[in-house]
Design a protein around this ligand. Structure first.
Ligand SMILES: Nc1nc2c(c(=O)[nH]1)N[C@H]1C(S)=C(S)[C@@H](COP(=O)(O)OP(=O)(O)OC[C@H]3O[C@@H](n4cnc5c(N)ncnc54)[C@H](O)[C@@H]3O)O[C@H]1N2
Ligand code: MOO
Length: 401
């Protein structure tokens, strides 16, 4: 049986995927969304030259003498600029954020002045222009300050607000329908029958989808029955899902009917069976405009395939930079035997040595049913097909989890 290399499968999966359409959302709802177009500032910030400290707005040339006294002629709190002009020998009481009045060019902080009635004595002379923020210090009207590809985070949103955008153009969230399959599955929180287990993959995959910026839609658990399975699959189409993720039933057993039923529903198969471990029975195709990703049922296989295939697919739909930035170099913390023809993603503990090098120590058991080990793993060691036996201390590529 021939197995497709991981890179080829990924290339096929991403071929022709372009960012989804855009929508406009209020700023408050734009966190973690992907910006759809470059954003220009509608204003200059600060819009006027502003004081950066509480103190006195003065004319620097007044400080030429030994011990200077200045006359206070008014006050400028933030939001209420002083309308007159500061003449020689004069000062204006000013507060952080207020416009620096005409005539003044420097802020004397109040700690360096002694006030007596309407007079101040300068205790320590500031340098020319001290604590004055010139207009446009941060940005100017028309500046492009945010541009795709960008996942909007708190600091971008604060900037967009300062630019006076109340709404932002973002890429529509990919809708990901998630369908668990298997007679043996019951939902978390319910009592399984004697031969049943708790379904877990959909929870992990939904969280991954949300983390990547998609919108998960859980379709529930379908029994291994073609009619029921077809009904569930049709719901994904009715819901206009961008992606249908099926969980389990992807392999070759008599009850692994997912591909067959998808085929009868009109799926165009793109690939099936990948040279990777875990995740060999991974399958992909198209059902109309819905992309189908059939993840293997074994929990670790499901989640690792989600990370390696579903995440890049979502990234491409969101116009995000392709490629996984979490790949790093580490040093093997234990020996590994020669690899076979499948690219291996070896679950490993992650630590650092005294020099700050990452150490990836493979777990001795690598069964793809063991979620406990995956949760304990800090990294997946990537081993190409037919990698030779490797000793502890060898540098290896890892995916940080
Ligand atoms: N004769 C062969 N048998 C198998 C092969 C093969 O090549 N020849 N491949 C094996 C590999 S590798 C994998 S991976 C599994 C995957 O098979 P399926 O995708 O058909 O998965 P299932 O058989 O439905 O389930 C496998 C396992 O995972 C449990 N499961 C399923 N769904 C969930 C879920 N949503 N949450 C938690 N656990 C789930 C299920 O109960 C099974 O224990 O096939 C091998 N077999
Ligand atoms: O590929 Mo399976 O995922 O080895 O268990």
């Amino acid at each position: 049986m021939s197995l497709m290399p991981v890179a080829e499968a990924l290339e096929r999966l991403l071929a022709g995927v372009s960012p989804l359409g855009r929508e406009t959302v209020p700023l408050e709802l734009a966190n973690n969304r992907f910006l759809a177009e470059a954003l220009r500032s509608t204003r200059t910030q600060p819009p006027f030259s502003a004081s950066a400290m509480d103190g006195y707005a003065i004319r620097h040339q007044d400080l030429a003498g030994e011990r200077t006294q200045l006359q206070i002629i008014g006050e400028a709190p933030a939001g209420h600029g002083f309308t007159g002009s500061v003449e020689p020998g004069q000062a204006v009481r000013i507060f952080t954020g207020a416009p620096v009045p005409d005539g003044a060019d420097t802020i004397l902080i109040q700690e360096n002045a002694q006030r007596s009635g309407d007079l101040i004595t300068v205790l320590e002379a500031p340098r020319m222009g001290a604590f004055v923020r010139p207009a446009g210090l941060d940005f100017s009207s028309g500046d492009v300050l945010l541009a795709p590809p960008l996942k909007l985070a708190y600091r971008h949103l604060a900037l967009a607000a300062a630019m006076n955008h109340a709404e932002l153009p973002v890429i529509r969230k990919p809708k990901v329908a998630i369908l668990a399959t298997g007679d043996e599955l019951v939902p978390p929180g319910t009592e399984p029958g004697p031969d049943q287990i708790i379904a877990s993959n959909h929870i992990g995959i939904a969280a991954l989808v949300a983390d990547c910026g998609g919108q998960p839609l859980y379709l529930g658990i379908s029994p291994d029955d073609p009619v029921e399975l077809a009904t569930h699959i049709r719901r994904a189409i009715t819901e206009e899902a961008d992606i249908l993720v099926t969980l389990g039933g992807a392999s070759v057993g008599d009850h692994d009917i997912v591909q067959e039923v998808l085929g009868k529903e009109g799926m165009d198969l793109s690939f099936w069976r990948i040279a990777m471990r875990p995740g060999k029975p991974l399958m992909a195709g198209h059902l109309g405009r819905t992309r189908v990703l059939g993840l293997p049922g074994n929990p670790v296989s499901s989640l690792v395939c989600g990370l390696l295939f579903l995440k890049p697919l979502l990234q491409a739909m969101l116009g995000n930079t392709p490629g996984d930035t979490t790949q790093k170099q580490a040093v093997l913390g234990g020996d590994l035997p020669e690899n076979d023809r499948r690219q291996d993603y070896v679950r490993a503990g992650l630590s650092q040595d005294a020099d700050g090098h990452l150490i990836a120590t493979p777990f001795s058991r690598q069964d793809s049913s063991m979620l406990g080990l995956l949760a304990k793993s800090g990294a997946l060691i990537i081993r190409p097909p037919h990698a030779p036996a490797q000793k502890a201390g060898t540098p290896v590529p890892v995916l940080i989890l």
